[in-house]
Design a protein around this ligand. Structure first.
Ligand code: RIB
Length: 309
């Protein structure tokens, strides 16, 4: 029941500010911290925290950040044998600004993430025979993601694509090669070309994405929960009311919870519930990997939700 994540690894440089800066504005922040991030790395840690064996494949630079990032991943019990330390570039960096409501903006310098290609795909392929679920995202080259999705499909793995950082005009071959696509509202809006801001528009967006070739569409709606549309069912998982501290990595936590549940053989509906519980807990703490729930806190909220619903 192994999960394999092929994706980005970043060092996050986080500044907390009273409000997000607008174009041309400088805002003085009141706190700074750095922490492990990158969507692929966050997803891998989310899965490891929930107790499932997980491999992360990617690249970091041969700099002080790269070594620290790999050490942190190993401490989180992520298998890092597939991470290359590239002496010719720098580690991925994300510059993150978080406001008092927990909302954020992120700008990334991809660095080594941009060089994830043939070598990583070879290693990826070697793991597929013992892999149940593959997690992909777009912080690495699109050509690599498409090749990986095709290989995973040919090997009979269940593949989840988090289309973030979002790119418009994703090719239909990518939609067709994955089993589940998991945009948030902003990403869904960009993929379909109209605003997605609730259940009605999520349903319309899912229908558009099905026409592009997507089999199962899960649109995360922040404070409105998550909407799922598959060939035989549509359902909405209600949000869990909680105080939001910081939304960074909420989507990664959602994908980690979803992948873990599917690796354990849960139904799609239960897996989306697991994703919502994992995503909800991630907004209650600051940072990316530092905000991902422990197995204990996850099971506690999951159990509470089953009792309440
Ligand atoms: O999804 C959150 C992540 O996006 C951050 O950790 C940052 O590194 C960016 O890739």
């Amino acid at each position: 029941m192994t999960v394999v994540v092929l994706g980005s690894i970043n060092l996050d440089l986080v500044v907390e500010v009273p409000h997000l800066p607008t174009r041309g504005e400088t805002v003085i922040g009141n706190r700074f911290f750095s922490a492990g991030g990158g969507k692929g790395a966050n997803q891998a840690v989310a899965v490891a925290n929930l107790g499932i064996p997980v491999h992360l494949i990617g690249q970091v630079g041969d700099d002080v950040f790269g070594k620290t990032l790999v050490d942190n991943l190993q401490s989180a019990e992520v298998n890092t044998d597939g991470i290359t330390i590239n002496p010719h570039t720098y580690s991925g960096i994300a510059s993150i600004v978080v406001d008092q409501q927990g909302d954020n903006t992120i700008a990334c310098a991809a660095g080594a993430n941009n060089l994830v290609r043939e070598e990583e795909l070879k290693y990826f392929q070697s793991l597929l025979p013992q892999t149940k679920v593959v997690l992909l995202e777009l912080g690495i080259p699109l050509v690599t993601v498409i090749a990986a999705a095709k290989k995973a499909q040919a090997a009979g793995c269940l593949t989840i694509l988090d289309p973030a950082p979002v790119k418009s005009n994703l090719p239909e071959e990518l939609y067709r090669s994955v089993d589940i696509i998991t945009p948030n509202e902003v990403e869904a809006s960009q993929l379909v070309g109209f605003t997605v801001d609730g259940i009605t528009t999520a349903r319309q967006a899912a229908s558009f994405l099905h026409q592009m070739g997507a089999k199962n569409v899960i649109i995360t709606l922040g404070s409105q929960g998550a909407f799922c549309s598959s060939s035989d069912q549509d359902f909405w998982i209600k949000p869990i009311p909680i105080e939001v501290i910081d939304t960074v990595a909420a989507g990664d936590s959602f994908n980690g919870g979803l992948a873990t549940a599917l690796a354990l053989g849960k139904s799609l509906k239960d897996a989306v519930r697991w994703g919502v519980v994992a995503g909800t807990l991630a907004v209650t703490k600051k940072g990316a990997q530092s905000s991902l729930p422990s197995k204990e806190s996850f099971l506690q909220l999951l159990t509470q939700q089953s009792i309440d619903s």
